[in-house]
Design a protein around this ligand. Structure first.
Ligand code: AMP
Length: 644
């Protein structure tokens, strides 16, 4: 669907090329037009302040509020329209909140947070399952100018503790339990343990009691949301007008070092970027229903379960449960029931559906659905082919990261429809000056088909990370390289660009792995395994997996090798080590296998050869081994994995 303001040109792709070009060469005028998509309390006086690279400040001088734009703004025209549709196949609940009801709930939550002492600039950490109160809490935070910091519910106490220490929240909002496949997963014991481990102690913990699990309350600290909600019936809490550059949230993500980074997002730039993305990329319209199957603990959940659909005046479907329960048709039945027009998921979910019941789609009327967007991990051709044939709708791959908050590469069908190429997420999105650089020489690669590191020349467009929370130096040192006259942001992905400007993503350049679309740092998993008393040394690598894209594989050198000599002992020890990861980081980070080896392959200077281990695990050539200290370490891994 072409946007009427960008008529299609005679040469396919030319209209989009002009649009993209203008976003870079006439940047301020371009983004000033996009800024009109949201309400401003005070209009900005400057579109982009890039006087202190790489720090970009968007819509300077403007004041606005994310919650106003996502909720209040729609009350006059769509107060009775669905805003949040909550479906849980875990607890068999289904409930629709209109914009007016959402407005009331967000204010009750905002008033509660204020009663508990939260003021503008404070952080509120959310450790919650996919329930409406999580959405209320996020919107309530930004309503009062507090920053939310959502920690994925699948993370366990050590992961949570490190995020508590970094975010230093005044209040933590949590719930008694989540549920997966009908099994109750208590949250409160993990939270209590995390608070014990953390140096920072929140003043209050606000508990949403779903009645799934009993839990103990810490007197003076733990508060019951139901009681506060009752007390704040009808309370109005005005939106706090904040500077466009005021941070709206932090979201932790993994990198090369063990310590997760707090990605800090602004307010005005983020609102504009998301509203514009809904128009130019996702083509969602007010009054329609958007269904993103992600989790609010991830960036897709922030941008495309909560903010972008609501900023657009759409209804957003929030789903708690598995894609295959009660059966593999559940998502499609929701598409039919709620007349979903735009859907967003991940390749892993599609692979799971295909495996469970490939015919499930045909049982439902999916005529409202215009496109399925997939992101988070590479989209393999068989998966793309199967879903596109089954759905008979465009499948639109999009590549981005927690850091950017919205797509870097995709097809912008709202600007000019264009064909997809299998294996490619698409072209550089407007606002992003995407480049490829040679890893060794640092030279920009201009030619088609050359492999390089995907990079973005500064300034990053609106909506991308402002900095690493409380650590500007880490932001600069981790992501940016200075080349004469300009600064370039690394995405830490390998890529190739073809002669038509389509990019192909070839995997990470760092020690980050992608398991079922979840980004995990191998160093974090190594640190966790190392805390087991039997471990002397450990290496974790990501290995290709037909279902999950990648899985983590751990290779451990034991302090006492005899402990794993008998197969039954090795199996027992492996189980113990997996349990350590489950308890510390969460089952999401659990290695698929823990194998015991006599030594780990290293360079003569002692650097672990993770890439060589990974290659051997995937049955590939391990590459140049001239620097390896002891090749037998690698051979042992190869022999261990060889089919018997
Ligand atoms: P996250 O920050 O969790 O969204 O993970 C971002 C990383 O996931 C990227 O740096 C890529 O390595 C990978 N990724 C995300 N989307 C895609 C995609 N469409 N194709 C290939 N890799 C992707």
């Amino acid at each position: 669907m072409a946007n009427e303001t960008h008529p299609q040109s005679a040469t396919p792709g030319a209209a989009y090329a002009r649009f993209h070009q203008r976003s870079l060469t006439d940047r301020d005028a371009f983004w000033s037009e996009q800024a009109a998509l949201i309400d401003w309390h005070t209009p900005p006086t400057q579109v982009c302040d890039y006087s202190n690279p790489p720090f970009a400040r968007w819509f300077v001088g403007g004041t606005t509020n994310l919650c106003h734009n996502a909720v209040d703004r729609h009350l006059a025209t769509r107060g009775d329209q669905a805003a949040l549709i909550f479906v849980s196949t875990e607890t068999n609940q289904e409930r629709t909140y209109t914009y007016s009801q959402l407005h009331a709930e967000v204010q009750r939550m905002a008033a509660t947070l204020q009663s508990l002492g939260v003021v503008k600039g404070d952080r509120v950490l959310l450790y919650m399952p996919m329930i409406p109160e999580a959405a209320f809490a996020m919107l309530a935070c930004v309503r009062i100018g507090a920053l939310h910091s959502v920690v994925f519910g699948g993370f366990a106490s050590v992961s949570l503790a490190s995020r508590i220490d970094d975010a230093q929240p005044t209040v933590i909002v949590s719930a008694d339990a989540g549920s997966r496949s009908g099994k109750v997963l208590p949250y409160k014991p993990l939270l209590d343990e995390a608070i014990l481990l953390a140096a920072h102690k929140p003043a209050k913990v606000l508990m949403v009691d779903r009645g799934l699990a009993t839990f103990t309350r810490v007197a003076g600290r733990d508060e019951d949301y139901a009681t506060w909600r009752e007390q704040h019936a009808g309370t109005t809490v005005p939106c706090e007008w904040v500077e466009s550059t005021h941070p709206s949230y932090t979201l932790y993500t993994s990198g090369t070092t063990g310590k997760p980074k707090g990605v800090q997002r602004d307010t005005g730039g983020y609102a504009v970027a998301l509203a514009a993305s809904m128009r130019h990329i996702f083509c969602g319209n007010p009054g329609e229903t958007y269904f993103s199957t992600s989790d609010i603990g991830w960036v897709v959940g922030h941008s495309y379960i909560i903010y972008a659909p609501l900023l657009t005046g759409m209804a957003t479907l929030m789903y708690e449960g598995l894609p295959t329960r009660p059966d593999a048709a559940i998502w499609w039945s929701l598409v039919e029931k709620y007349k979903v027009t735009v859907m967003f998921s991940a390749p892993t979910a599609v692979r799971v559906l295909k495996k469970s019941d490939p015919a499930a789609l045909s049982r439902h009327d999916l005529s409202t659905l215009r496109a399925l967007f997939l992101a988070g991990e590479p989209l393999d051709e068989p998966t793309a082919q199967w879903i596109s044939q089954s759905l008979g709708r465009p499948i639109i791959d999009n590549y981005w990261q927690t850091e950017t908050g919205w797509p870097i590469l995709t097809i912008c069908n709202g600007v000019e429809p264009a064909p997809s190429k299998f294996g490619s997420p698409g072209k550089a999105v407007y606002g992003y000056d995407v480049k490829l650089f040679d890893e060794n020489t640092g030279e920009e690669l201009h030619g088609a088909g050359q492999k390089g590191v995907v990079a973005i020349e500064g300034p990053l467009p609106p909506g991308c990370m402002q900095t690493v929370w409380r650590d500007d130096a880490r932001f600069v040192n981790t992501y940016w390289k200075s080349i004469p006259g300009r600064m370039v942001y690394s995405t830490f992905d390998w890529g190739i660009r073809d002669e038509d400007g389509y990019y192909f993503i070839l995997g990470r350049t760092d020690d980050v792995i992608n398991v079922a679309g979840h980004r995990l740092g191998t160093r974090e998993i190594e640190e966790s395994l190392s805390s087991h008393a039997a471990v002397a040394e450990v290496a974790v690598v990501g290995v290709a997996d037909a279902l999950k894209g990648q899985v983590a594989m751990a290779f451990v050198v034991l302090r006492d090798a005899s402990r794993a000599e008998k197969p039954e002992d090795a199996l027992k020890l492996e189980g113990e080590m997996m349990k350590v990861v489950d308890e510390q980081l969460g089952a999401v980070a659990r290695p698929a296998r823990v194998r015991f080896v006599a030594a780990l392959p290293k360079t003569r200077s002692g650097k672990l050869l993770r890439r060589a281990i990974q290659a051997v695990c995937e049955g590939r050539d391990a590459g140049d081994l001239t620097t390896i200290e002891d090749p037998s370490a690698l051979y042992q891994i190869r022999d261990l994995l060889a089919p018997r």
